[in-house]
Design a protein around this ligand. Sequence first.
Ligand SMILES: [Fe+2]
Length: 516
Amino acid sequence: MPASAAPSALSRRRLLQAGGASAAVIALGINAPDAVADPPQQAENLFGLGIASGAPRPDGAVLWTRLASEPLAEDGHGGIDPHPVSVRWQVAADAEFSQIIRHGQALAQPELAHAVHPRVEGLEPATEYFYRFLVGPRTSPVGRFRTLPADGAEVESFAVGVVSCQAWYHGNFTAHRHLAAEEELDLVVFAGDYIYEYGITEANLWRQGAEVTAAHAVETETLEQYRLRYCLFKTDPHLQALHARVPAVAVWDDHEVQNDYSGTGSSTGIPEDLFAHRIAVAYRAFYENMPLDVEALPDGPDTDITTGFDVGSLARFSLLDTRQFRDPEPVDEADWQDAQRTMLGAEQEAWISQRLESSPATWNVLASGVVLAAVSDDRVDMWDGYPAARRRLLESMGATSNPVVLSGDIHKHVAAEVRADYADPESATIGVELVCTSVASDGDGAKTDQYTEDWLRHEYVTHYDGRRGYLHVRLTPEEMVSSFHVVDWIEADDTAPKQLSVRYTTPVDDPGLIQA
Ligand SMILES: [Fe+2]
């Protein structure tokens, strides 16, 4: 990624923060004057893709929906006519909406696939709220979110679900079912591969009983195809339930665009100018389908999903973009070891080191689309391919308190100590990495498989499980409790019970993984 890309996204963020973009904000489905457009009359259900909240703050959150009466309409427009639609939203203190605290309107426009992203402000910190959308006489399901604690506040506990790699066609989202229904949750982190771009055919459709039309059989390349792909994945009721239950934040990995792409470079030799178009439409579809702040609205192939927030004085979260700004895979040893080689790009790297090194929080949580730990010299798509950049990040992590990395990508649960220098067996443990297995990618798995030894041969890797599942992390001022949950099957149906694969505690200021 040329260095010029990041400043354009970041300068747009500054412009928006300065309030210089109110017209743009209206046009983008953030806000709308009263009664701009009539609701579609014909449709029974306009909320076929569910609802969501995200971008939590102490005083509010972003609410999201994308209107769809026929989610699988092959043009990617969800069955909604190409006209603007007024969408009202309400936030209440109770699930019955007897006490509406905030309300407003947003304009769902065909240019953004009829998605709206209103930001609710002026709420109380650390408080639970309920929200819903209304279009004419139609009412959405009710969602809930909890605002973040006030800046600097003492926080007793903060619970986070972590999920990644939702290959819908490989099986049921049973992990989401358990996470949404059975866990204490303040937030869910999507750690990458929210969608997959691959064509869906008989060969990879392992979700029994599922059928898709020929429109899904091709790899996604156009805006309409990416939109349709989000529609397909978002029809899953357990994913919808998870979004309705708790605010979501997300980092992406490669499959939101193309397998193993790097920066501006395709992994399959697509010329850069054509691939820039594909990146632009893929990033745009990501924005349209996630509860993101307006800063994440792409400007062509450039966008800014790097973000962070504090949970009182308990935790600082930082969400990394490990795709958009990375250098291409190394061509030779010298290139691989080049000190200039970057994973995050110069601007994001400066941002994260500043955030870590100046953090007042007890816990410092990073979400990375790819695994940080040193695993194998063949894993050049992960941080292993960027050794100099990893050393710089480890240095910043060593200068902050209690760093924790949440990652995904590999479709396995892995727990690992973060070492100051992975190559030096004597080097200190400075934090922990919790790698979350896939929700569905690779279908039914087994606890051990052909990769188990690869991972467990490293002294700093303490656990490996090749089954599907999710991760639950509870942070308190005294300790972190990380629970790796699994399910035994996902292809046949969504009824598999959850099992605990392993649970660790990590005492504050004593990095490591103690089996609980
Ligand atoms: Fe994946």
